[in-house]
Ligand binder design. Structure first.
Ligand code: 5GP
Ligand code: SF4
Ligand code: MG
Length: 465
């Protein structure tokens, strides 16, 4: 998901709408905005679909006045299977003795089922099926006197991955979990302040990038400035390495590094680790593009747009049903036939999950008359599901969970298939000596199976870590 908040500007909601539009790649199912205005109090709008279709009309934006606003773009992750209900669309809002508060959450709470059971037993009335709603109820039960303190209380009970943007009548609040799994950055615009999942959403409104919120940090922003706290027991940081590979936008800065350059570096590493003789390097658009450029630069094999993407489709993977997902590849991608005929083609993609995309693309490329097809993948085999906020299917549906690299090569019927090594990936994100096996510098659970936080809810359901 994507989260965004702004305080201290006139008409904050229109800034949030623009910010969410720049974060749309992080969630396309639904979006919501909550605002506060000294005269009109809290207001909210939550809608299915794209930001541009919902938060541009005068009739909606007029209902969202005030200098303080937060917003959320949603895509459903593990635990919330099936169609999203409007009641699951964030931000969530709660009214406490000391006033109202709204929160928007990116990540996945891994002990949400246990918390929900406990809270319901003690009288909480849940409005949604979302794990994030636990935070509001934990805040309601806290005995602390201020909303930021209640939030600290609540978040100390929560396990897993969370970046949170929240607001009261007067404050904008940002928090990252102690491992800092999901991103969150701080920006400044005139006298106002901005919190955003990614820096690309600061650019769109002309805000200046100040810094990342640190793992375990809570910032409370008022018209007096930014106050910083560290309310959690410190833990080794475990930023999601897959943000670098796929999830973040290539024009964002993560950990002081350009995502685009990192991806180009991944492509270079791939070319060094798994070279191949070929005539063309083609990206699987758009997610494979920077890595394909890196592969081409390193190998000297010419880069070409052998596959053309229809710009008006969303990200296939995010469509909730299998049927739509299966059609998705053809609706979205088409082979540039004239270019491909008679050629030995290297296809570069970011990841192989179910393998359906790769399989269809290979067929399309062979249909177009390619002589050889070689896949090079910018991440290691995805053999484990993510429980920290990225939507991966159950383990059985992951190609790499049941097949070796050789078996996958045969299954996809390609001339070769190579994944970047975990160490190669760490080098590409700037860890010169690779992965520290004793204490990995990132979360890489979907590749290694080493979960930095036990996914308690899943273990309860029988998942074996
Ligand atoms: P599949 O192998 O399941 O057919 O699809 C893999 C493709 O889905 C990847 O190339 C990637 O571009 C795209 N994708 C979209 N969302 C996600 C996600 O949340 N996780 C992963 N691993 N891939 C995703
Ligand atoms: Fe990121 Fe994978 Fe860890 Fe999920 S399991 S947080 S996708 S690295
Ligand atoms: Mg892709």
């Amino acid at each position: 998901c994507g989260i965004f908040g702004v305080v201290g500007v006139a008409d904050a909601a229109s800034f949030v709408a623009l910010g969410l539009h720049a974060l749309q790649h992080r969630g396309q199912e639904a979006g919501g905005i909550v605002t506060h205005d000294p005269e009109q109090g809290f207001n909210s709008a939550r809608r299915f679909g794209y930001v541009r279709d919902n938060f541009t009309s005068k009739s909606v934006m007029e209902t969202l006045p005030g200098p303080l606003a937060i917003g959320h773009v949603r895509y459903s992750t593990a635990g919330s299977k099936g169609q999203t209900a409007i009641r699951d669309v964030q931000p969530f809002f709660g009214e406490f003795a000391m006033g109202g508060a709204a929160i928007a959450h990116n990540g996945n709470i891994t002990n949400a089922n246990a918390l929900r059971r406990e809270l319901i037993e003690r009288g909480s009335i849940f409005q949604s099926s979302s794990d994030s709603e636990c935070i509001i109820h934990l805040m309601a039960r806290s005995l602390q006197r201020t909303i930021p303190e209640r939030m600290e209380d609540a978040l100390r009970r929560v396990e897993g991955a969370f970046s949170v943007v929240a607001m009261t009548r007067t404050k904008l609040i940002g928090v990252r979990d102690p491992m800092g799994v999901r991103p969150l950055v701080l920006g400044q615009i005139g006298d106002g302040w901005v919190l955003s999942s990614e820096t690309c959403a600061l650019d769109i409104i002309g805000a200046e990038f100040i810094r990342e919120i640190k793992p375990g940090e809570m910032v409370v922003i008022t018209d007096k400035g930014v106050e910083s706290h560290f309310p959690f027991r410190p833990r080794p940081s475990k930023f999601c390495i897959f943000e670098h590979v796929y999830f973040s936008r290539p024009d964002s800065i993560l950990g002081g590094r350009s995502v685009y350059e990192t991806r180009e570096g991944i492509g270079r590493e791939l070319a060094k680790e798994s070279p191949v003789e070929a005539d063309l390097v083609c990206p699987v658009p758009d997610s494979g593009t920077p890595a394909a450029i890196g592969f081409s630069l390193e190998s000297g094999i010419p880069y070409a747009m052998g596959i053309i993407r229809n710009q008006y489709m969303g990200r296939t993977f995010i469509e909730p049903t299998e049927q739509i997902r299966n059609m998705g590849v053809r609706l979205k991608l088409n082979v540039n036939r004239a270019l491909i005929r008679g050629k030995r083609v290297v296809l570069v993609d970011d990841s192989v999950v179910r393998g359906t995309t790769s399989r269809k693309i290979k067929e399309m490329i062979l249909d177009a008359g390619a002589r050889e097809v070689h896949f090079r993948i910018a991440s290691p085999p995805t053999a484990w599901p993510c429980f920290y906020g990225v939507d991966t299917p159950e383990r059985e549906k992951l190609l790499a969970a049941t097949m070796s690299e050789d078996e996958m090569t045969r299954h996809l019927a390609v001339d070769s298939l190579k994944f970047i090594s975990l160490d190669g990936l760490y080098r590409a994100v700037g860890e010169a000596s690779g992965r520290d096996a004793g204490c990995p510098q990132y979360c890489d659970a979907c590749f290694s199976g080493e979960y930095p936080v036990t996914p308690a809810d899943m273990v309860e359901k029988g998942f074996q870590v």
